[in-house]
Design a binder for this molecule. Structure first.
Ligand SMILES: NC(=O)c1ccc[n+]([C@@H]2O[C@H](COP(=O)([O-])OP(=O)(O)OC[C@H]3O[C@@H](n4cnc5c(N)ncnc54)[C@H](OP(=O)(O)O)[C@@H]3O)[C@@H](O)[C@H]2O)c1
Length: 252
């Protein structure tokens, strides 16, 4: 098998679950040295076993500036550089607009926008010529998404950020892109702190509306991340690739 990321060092935030973990495994299989971050000790340990001893597995809260800086310091010490950043960690918690208080807003925005913003910024000193930066957005950033006002707005902010940064960083040969998943079957889908039947109803509704009549898999998103991470996408920058089986194109 051709290894598309040989010699590359890749940071994947939220790499202990779902899309991030599938991407870390694929990048590793393509020869990259991978660094993952997450918060939950049990899934970090499972990921360490899955990824093997070469992977750097860090328990960090990517909504905190000090944890982000510590992560970059560890990467500098262990690898001295970064070629790929997949800023993918996020939380989603539905709530009606009228009931959102400051703590809810700060929790979501702190990880989903501020955390991603500073992950990319603090990576800058380590980035090599030709580096690839990616963020995970969501189809909710281009569509109305009732009860996900903060989450969807953060994802839209990331889409904007990708456009700006791709211009600011082009002179260093750094490409910046977004991956916008539709419904993907991960542990994160439905981790919303709501009753199970609400999640189940949402799942059935997505399956009904999906032209493919199914959720996507984390591996299907990871393969798009591989494309954006490697030289195959050398002229792709400042854009968002939608991975949703066409669900967001449907009128109803
Ligand atoms: N699944 C979908 O249908 C879907 C659709 C659209 C967009 N997305 C986006 O896809 C990305 C990955 O989600 P997923 O579906 O793979 O969900 P997931 O399985 O829950 O993965 C989310 C990851 O983010 C990590 N994370 C959350 N907050 C963090 C923090 N403060 N610091 C460090 N890590 C943190 C989690 O680790 P811990 O649990 O250890 O904190 C977990 O590894 C997210 O950006 C999500 O918004 C997913």
């Amino acid at each position: 098998m051709e290894q598309k990321l040989l010699g590359k060092t890749a940071l994947i935030t939220g790499g202990n679950s779902g899309i991030g973990l599938a991407t870390a495994r694929l990048f590793r299989d393509h020869g990259a040295q991978v660094v993952i971050t997450g918060r939950e000790a049990a899934t970090l340990q499972q990921s360490r076993e899955l990824l093997g001893g070469e992977a750097l597995v860090l328990q960090r809260d990517m909504g905190r500036l000090d944890d982000i800086e510590l992560t970059m310091a560890d990467i500098k010490q262990r690898f001295g550089k970064l070629d790929i950043v997949f800023a993918n960690a996020a939380i989603a918690r539905p709530a009606p607009f009228a009931l959102i208080d400051e703590a809810h807003f700060d929790d979501i925005a702190g990880v989903d926008f501020k955390g991603v913003f500073f992950t990319l910024q603090k990576a800058l000193p380590l980035l090599q010529e030709g580096a690839s930066l990616m963020v995970t957005t969501s189809i909710s950033n281009q569509k109305g998404s009732p009860n996900f006002s903060v989450y969807a707005a953060c994802k839209a902010a990331l889409r904007s950020l990708v456009q700006t940064l791709s211009l600011e960083l082009a002179d260093r040969g750094i490409r910046v892109n977004a991956i916008s998943p539709g419904p993907i079957d991960t542990p994160g889908f439905g981790r919303w702190e709501v009753p199970d039947d609400v999640v189940q109803a949402a799942r059935l509704e997505f399956e009904r509306k999906s032209p493919f009549k199914r959720f996507g898999t984390a591996e299907e998103v990871a393969r798009v991340a591989l494309f954006l991470a490697c030289a195959d996408s050398s002229y792709v920058a400042g854009t968002e690739i939608v991975v949703d089986g066409a669900i967001s194109t449907a009128l109803l």
